[in-house]
Design a protein around this ligand. Structure first.
Ligand code: CTP
Length: 408
């Protein structure tokens, strides 16, 4: 039976071209056994008629706050109480702004304010509107209030532009709802995650680093928190907002990351190392800015950085340890070799190369452990993160080899 069977989902549809995708989302939700009630804003009805949603949900669509007939059947407060989950998809920039400021001047915003159930929004708008500081502030405000922000995705937009702002696909939103309403797979667990790049100082103004965006680690942190875990995220320097319910510790260098990890590792049940830790740092950090000389070239002396994952794996007792491996070739061999050399329980390998594995495009993750391998995706990083959390929870609940009295 689907995790959504008999669950009550209130879908808010706001004005935007992605409203047509909300019709498909409604169909998928009802097919998964959920009870769906749709609330449409006035602008949404300019894109898709309420009759479409009525046919797909099997329920009358709610459109007005002050409609005596509708209020007599199921009033706005009852609707807010009825829902196990309220999801606004698509959520326009205007809707997000009004939610962020606590408006209650139409049926949808009133329900969002009146509900005590989880609230999720799936933004959909032009990429410039999404990138605007006003939208960013509103989204951050919602996030810190515990609202789950689903997406947006990147790609071609209806307006002809390309960028971030597309609504997540209906099938992805279905997975998000399953996660938000599903069993809290990591309830009672403490997950420690490293993410992002490290910066290794050369002098007061220069450093060695890499292009890691931290997106995967932050997505895993968000997913683990939604799965009920206590999450501590040790992050290198990245421009990302902290997922709801996650404790974040900002660090710069590999050694600072290791210190933060050591401080929290004793309490951790699961350690997930997604950070792109610099393997080397400059042997010396100049106290003053290094001046150029007359020489043609210069040699930089480097010292080895600590391997944070390997050090955690070597502890006893130790948490369940998950590492990442970015490989260009011989993925399975290299990933398994990396897992053994570091002593990790699970290694997640992603194939990287020119144009593969970076940025917003869909990618795959191949998980290697004692029992073999399993492939996740292709999917965006948020979906991969959710599936990875599911895979880790599954492995933790399965009896270990030792418990089954098996020899390796
Ligand atoms: N890692 C770590 N500390 C380091 C280096 C890596 O914790 N100093 C972790 C990463 O977070 C990741 C895994 O180890 O989980 C990656 O291992 P690594 O061998 O560093 O991968 P690559 O950098 O891809 O190694 P190589 O360049 O040798 O392929």
């Amino acid at each position: 039976m689907s995790g959504l069977a008999e669950r009550r989902i209130l879908l808010g549809v706001t004005g935007g071209i992605a409203a047509y995708k909300a019709a498909e989302f409604t169909r998928l939700l009802t097919k998964a056994g959920a009870q769906v009630r749709v609330v449409m804003t006035r602008a949404a009805q300019d894109f898709v008629g309420p009759l479409t949603f009525q046919a797909l949900s099997g329920e009358k669509v709610h459109t007005d706050l002050l409609d005596p007939d509708a209020e007599a059947a199921m009033g706005h407060i009852e609707l807010a109480r009825w829902a196990d989950l309220v999801i606004v998809a698509p959520a326009s920039a205007d809707c997000i702004a009004r939610l962020a400021h606590g408006h209650a001047d139409d049926l949808l915003t009133t329900i969002c304010l009146a509900t005590e159930s989880p609230l999720a929004v799936a933004p959909a708008m032009n990429q410039v509107m999404w990138a605007h500081p006003a939208t960013a502030e509103n989204v951050e405000r919602l996030r810190t209030r515990g609202v789950t922000i689903l997406g947006p995705a990147s790609g071609d937009q209806a307006c002809g532009e390309t960028g971030s702002g597309r609504m997540r696909e209906p099938a992805e939103l279905l997975g998000d709802c399953t996660e938000l309403l599903g069993p809290r797979l990591l309830a009672g667990q403490h997950v420690l995650i490293t993410a992002g790049p490290t910066r290794e100082a050369l002098d007061p103004v220069r450093y060695l680093s890499n292009h890691s965006s931290g997106r995967m680690g932050f997505a895993i942190a968000a997913s683990a928190a939604r799965a009920g875990a206590r999450v501590t995220l040790v992050s290198g320097p990245v421009e990302r907002s902290t997922p709801a319910g996650v404790e974040r510790i900002d660090v710069d260098s590999a050694r600072a990351m290791q210190t933060a990890v050591e401080t929290h590792i004793d309490a951790a049940d699961i350690f997930i190392a997604t950070a792109a830790v610099a393997d080397y740092r400059p042997s010396e950090v100049a106290e003053r800015k290094i001046k150029k000389g007359d020489e043609d070239g210069r040699t930089l002396a480097l010292a080895r950085n600590p391997d944070i994952l390997a050090a955690v794996c070597a502890r006893s007792p130790r948490p369940y340890c998950v590492g990442f491996a970015a490989e260009t070739d011989a993925v399975a061999e290299n990933a398994q070799a990396k897992r053994r050399s570091k002593g990790a329980d699970l290694i997640c390998a992603n194939t990287v190369g020119a144009g593969i594995g970076f940025g917003d495009v869909e990618s795959t993750l191949e998980l290697f452990d004692d029992h073999g391998s399993v492939r996740l995706g292709p999917a965006d990083k948020e979906t991969l993160a959710r599936e990875l959390i599911g895979a880790i929870a599954e492995r933790l609940s399965a009896p270990s080899r030792e418990q089954r009295n098996e020899t390796p």
